[in-house]
Design a protein around this ligand. Structure first.
Ligand code: CO8
Length: 259
């Protein structure tokens, strides 16, 4: 039994729902450790053909890392948490079965990074995407600086990560961040159809194809992740991070000093 996740199976398709709707499904430490355990079980389930990941409610897929947990995060913790989450998201990316992100609403920060770790992204017309970390005085730490440019190109990724601006579903479709957009009410049905189609293909061919296609994206990912983690850790030490996080929690605009 999980507190922050719901996991169900429909025939040979797994549906993992991130379940903290009152916090817009933000990724807490508890959620991370539950996700890690669940992924280990999913990995062992030989009958499974496709995994779908979505968010509970109609507002958010995942609105990022839990900002409350950022308040006291220093460099040492920042590095540790970043490495743990990179590992979990890489586990998702490298699961033998394809993973489809059904992005029902906000996919921000760590939520965008979660969607990026999936094999395919399909979203609702209500979805919004963004990497707002910079507005909190930190940088992405769950693989986003490496995966986003690979998917949508360096310039577009740079703009999203440097501005922290959100984009809507149509823009996400236009730049190739998502494959398809559906009305929210139809999203799960359409994602299920895609999952069933893939599940009907020869499982080993699907598995090998996924591995080979993933391999095409590997440059020197390990050092990219290491760099991201160190820089994320460093961003946790700044005064601007303290101010950015407090400003969000106190519902005011942050004042940044570049320190
Ligand atoms: N963390 C914690 N709580 C959150 C988060 C979050 N990321 N997002 C929303 N919430 C909470 C709100 O605080 C609020 O709680 P409460 O009702 O107790 O006040 C509740 O969810 C509802 O949210 P809002 O009232 O803010 O809803 P709105 O519709 O007004 O706004 C937004 C929706 C625009 C999505 C807004 O909630 C928002 O901007 N959220 C934060 C988005 C964000 O900055 N995400 C990035 C977080 S940082 C991150 O992901 C870093 C990842 C890498 C670092 C980790 C490496 C280890």
């Amino acid at each position: 039994m999980y507190k922050t996740l719901i996991y169900e199976k429909k025939d040979n398709i797994g549906i993992l729902t991130i379940n903290r709707p009152d916090k817009l499904n933000a990724i807490s430490n508890e959620l991370t450790s539950e996700l890690s355990k669940l992924l280990d079980d999913i990995e062992k389930d030989e009958g499974l053909r496709v995994l779908i990941i979505t968010g509970k409610g109609d507002k958010a897929f995942v609105a990022g890392a839990d900002i409350k947990e950022l308040v006291d995060r220093d460099a040492r913790q920042g590095r540790k948490v970043s490495q743990e989450r990179q590992e979990i998201f890489s586990h998702i990316e490298n699961l033998q079965i394809p993973v489809i992100a059904a992005v029902n609403g906000y996919a921000l920060g760590g939520g965008l990074e979660l969607a990026l770790a999936c094999s395919i992204r399909i979203c609702s017309d209500k979805a919004q995407f963004g990497a707002p970390e910079v507005k909190l005085g930190i940088i992405p730490g769950d693989g986003g600086t490496q995966r986003l440019p690979r998917l949508i190109g360096l310039g577009r990724a740079m703009e999203l990560i440097l501005t922290g601006d959100f984009i809507d579903a149509q823009e996400a479709f236009r730049i190739g961040l998502v494959n398809k957009v559906f009305p929210l009410e139809e999203l799960m049905e359409k994602v299920m159809e895609l999952a069933q189609k893939i599940a009907s293909r020869p499982p080993l061919a699907v598995r090998y194809a996924k591995e080979a296609v993933n391999r095409s994206q590997e440059g020197d990912t390990a050092s990219g992740f290491a760099l991201e983690s160190y820089l994320h850790a460093l961003s946790c030490t700044t005064e601007d991070k303290k101010e950015g996080v407090s400003a969000f929690l106190e519902k005011r605009k942050g004042k940044f000093k570049g320190k």
